[in-house]
Design a protein around this ligand. Structure first.
Ligand code: SF4
Ligand code: SF4
Length: 144
């Protein structure tokens, strides 16, 4: 892959274990290019008095033919399930005559999950930053 700046908006990676299927990203996407479907399951946690409902992801796809690369979905996800990955080498040209190109630009959850490996680690904390209030109460270090 070409050497790109680490914060390049290449593709959006899905860290599936963080996704609670809250649908906030799909609702906030200005272009309706996030396709998410799910179903609910009833689970009985050990020790809990009543069973509870849990969302289970069935489909998570992004249509890069429509995506504006605005980053709103990444910003609004409350569970850090979406991340920019500096990758751009994905299909989308279709056959030689151009047919199939639009379908190729829809990327499903396996591809979105594979891109997680390319997500750069977060930048280091500023050592000169003020300690977070909760860390200060615990006597912790800045940013902890
Ligand atoms: S980057 Fe913007 S347009 Fe693309 S999927 Fe996210 S919210 Fe939608
Ligand atoms: S906002 Fe985050 S947690 Fe909610 S459905 Fe989108 S990716 Fe999943």
């Amino acid at each position: 892959m070409t050497d790109l700046p680490p914060r390049t908006r290449g593709v959006i990676a899905l860290l599936e274990q963080n996704c609670t299927v809250c649908m906030i990203c799909a609702r906030e996407c200005p272009d309706w290019c996030l396709h998410i479907t799910s179903h609910t399951e009833t689970v009985q946690e050990p020790g809990s008095a009543r069973p509870r409902q849990r969302n289970v992801l069935d489909r998570f796809a992004i249509d890069y033919g429509q995506c504006l690369y605005c980053g709103i979905c990444v910003e609004v996800c409350p569970f850090d399930a979406l991340h920019w990955a500096p990758d751009f080498d994905y299909p989308g040209t279709g056959a030689l005559d151009g047919s199939g190109a639009v379908a190729e630009l829809v990327h499903e959850r396996p591809a979105l999950g594979e891109w997680v490996a390319a997500v750069p680690p977060p930048p280091p904390l500023d050592p000169a930053a003020e300690p977070a209030p909760e860390a200060a109460q615990r006597g912790g270090r800045p940013g902890r």
